[in-house]
Design a protein. Structure first.
Length: 503
């Protein structure tokens, strides 16, 4: 690798197609669709059962939303409090404005230890900035220890799901990856390895054990950071996180600035909603919390702790009154498991480490809408609203999608790198702009709207079943809705006109 690697802002590569083209290829992969359908339906059903056990789920959801909104409104204050608390507990805080700065900080910290290997806890933030690739270019090898992330790393693949990064792989594919690649990264797969889950898990455990025992540096993210005490929290289901957080002498945590919560009392809400929404468990098997460092060689936990607070577009997103609600996200992935678009297209089509509905609103805000893929992501949805219904912090994803579509089509003022800039309308949306402006004019002129509705009803037998020109992209896979025999207003006037005060 040459040049400066800046992670997510330059990923996907310039040749990555827009979502419709990438999704069209994915939909044609029957194995992929089968893997996704089986996995998402299973997780979806288990989550629904786990949530139904909680009588005050709606109240917990509202509480989570309010805590996050309050924190975002006062983010400057809570981040300063967090820094003070972490420092007082023996840790060191670093501030990273973008991916490049975060990568350089982490690489320098690892080099200062004299080590050339790190073990990693599953972390979306480090994937976002492309940390593994940057460290490799600096002569440092990063080993993923989460089972699904291990599968992705060994397979030279990319994650396709927030919670289950290897959801696009089946057991047979995983067996072949282990057999072919484990020996290049350490302990080889056992002879005669089959595709039974127990054998695959045991192969991964044996492979990772030697890395845990010799690692001197661990790298993690965090699900939450508690401002009042400087405590970081990681929730996981396999125990690999606990090993990475307690065995290495040096721990480096890269965390997005939006992950802070004010107090332990606030944390209690999310420790109820996150497990049920993500893994469909009442509580995570492993909830690891650490505050600062330990000064004992026999005690668990790092003797040196560094916290890298990552912005990378988050304060720009915070400046958007509609789009900022995406920063509430606690990375549970519930929205992916109910999304009909994700279920059919998979995660790679989104061209981001954040796939699915949340990725469709988060990536275009963190990276901007200048690339073909990012301009297309707000359209990667049917606007059915299922994502909003399951979100444990009530992010109105359809609202943000429509808001971002308007940005793509109309342009306008946005904040980028802390500065107000004016975006020009994206190319290829002239027909959409014209249609939306015509609709706006019609809806603000009731007489014209009524005349148009009556004309459409009287000529409905002549209407085509598909649209011509640019409209063909919409009607190519669906019929146009049938026009009723008479407009609703005429029906209402004919059947109820003058009654019950109707006019």
């Amino acid at each position: 690798m040459s040049g400066t690697f800046v992670g997510m802002p330059v990923f996907p590569p310039p040749t990555h197609p827009a979502f419709p083209e990438a999704a069209r290829e994915a939909v044609g992969n029957r194995t992929l669709r089968g893997n996704l359908r089986n996995a998402t339906h299973t997780i979806r059903a288990k989550r629904a059962k786990a949530v139904s056990e909680v009588s005050d789920w709606a109240e917990l959801r509202e509480a989570g939303k309010r805590i996050k909104d309050h924190t975002l409104r006062h983010l400057d204050r809570y981040l300063v409090q967090l820094e003070e608390s972490v420092t007082a507990a023996g840790g060191t805080v670093h501030w990273a404005a973008d991916a490049d700065e975060a990568n350089r900080i982490v690489a320098a910290l690892v080099k200062a230890t004299g080590e050339t290997e790190v073990v990693k806890v599953k972390s979306m933030a480090t994937q976002e900035i492309g940390l593994n690739e940057f460290l490799e270019a600096e002569g440092i090898r990063a080993y993923e220890t989460d089972l699904a992330e291990l599968i992705v790393q060994l397979g030279k693949d990319r994650p396709s799901h927030i919670l289950v990064p290897a959801i696009h792989r089946n057991r047979g594919e995983i067996r072949d990856i282990f057999r072919g690649e484990m020996k290049e990264w350490g302990r080889p797969a056992p002879e005669g390895l089959t595709d039974t889950p127990a054998e695959l898990a045991e192969a991964a455990r044996l492979h990772l054990r030697e890395k845990f025992l010799r690692a001197k540096v661990g790298v993690s993210g965090a699900n939450f950071m508690v401002a009042e005490t400087g405590t970081l929290v990681v929730v996981e289901s396999e125990g690999n996180g606990r090993m990475c957080l307690t065995l290495p002498e040096t721990l480096i945590s890269v965390v997005g600035i939006e992950k802070v919560v004010p107090s332990w009392r606030d944390l209690e809400v999310f420790l109820q909603t996150l497990p049920r929404s993500s893994t469909a468990e009442r509580m995570n098997p492993y909830t690891s919390m650490w505050t600062g460092t330990t000064d004992s060689e026999t005690a668990d936990g790092p003797r040196t702790f560094h916290l890298v607070l990552l912005d990378n577009g988050r304060t720009d997103t915070l400046a958007d009154e509609v789009g900022r609600q995406a920063l509430r996200c606690i990375r549970c992935s519930a929205c992916l498991n109910v999304c009909p678009v994700y279920e059919r297209a998979g995660g790679h089509a989104y061209g981001s480490v954040y796939p699915g509905p949340i990725g469709a609103i988060l990536s275009p805000q963190l990276r901007g809408t200048g690339s073909e893929i990012d301009a297309s992501l707000p359209y990667a949805s049917s606007l059915c609203g299922a994502c909003y219904e399951v979100c444990p912090v009530a992010i109105d994803i359809p609202e943000v999608l429509v808001h971002l579509r308007e940005r793509v089509v109309e342009g306008g003022t946005v904040t980028r790198e802390g500065n107000k800039v004016v975006l020009q309308p994206a190319k290829g949306h002239a027909a959409e702009r014209a249609a939306m402006r015509a609709a706006r004019w019609a809806f603000t002129h009731p007489g014209a709207l009524r005349t148009g509705q009556r004309l459409a009803s009287r000529t409905r037998r002549l209407h085509p079943r598909t649209l011509p020109g640019p409209g063909r992209a919409w009607s190519g896979t669906r019929d146009l809705p049938a026009v009723p025999e008479e407009p609703f207003r005429d029906w209402w006037q004919r059947t109820r006109g003058g009654k019950d005060g109707a006019k």
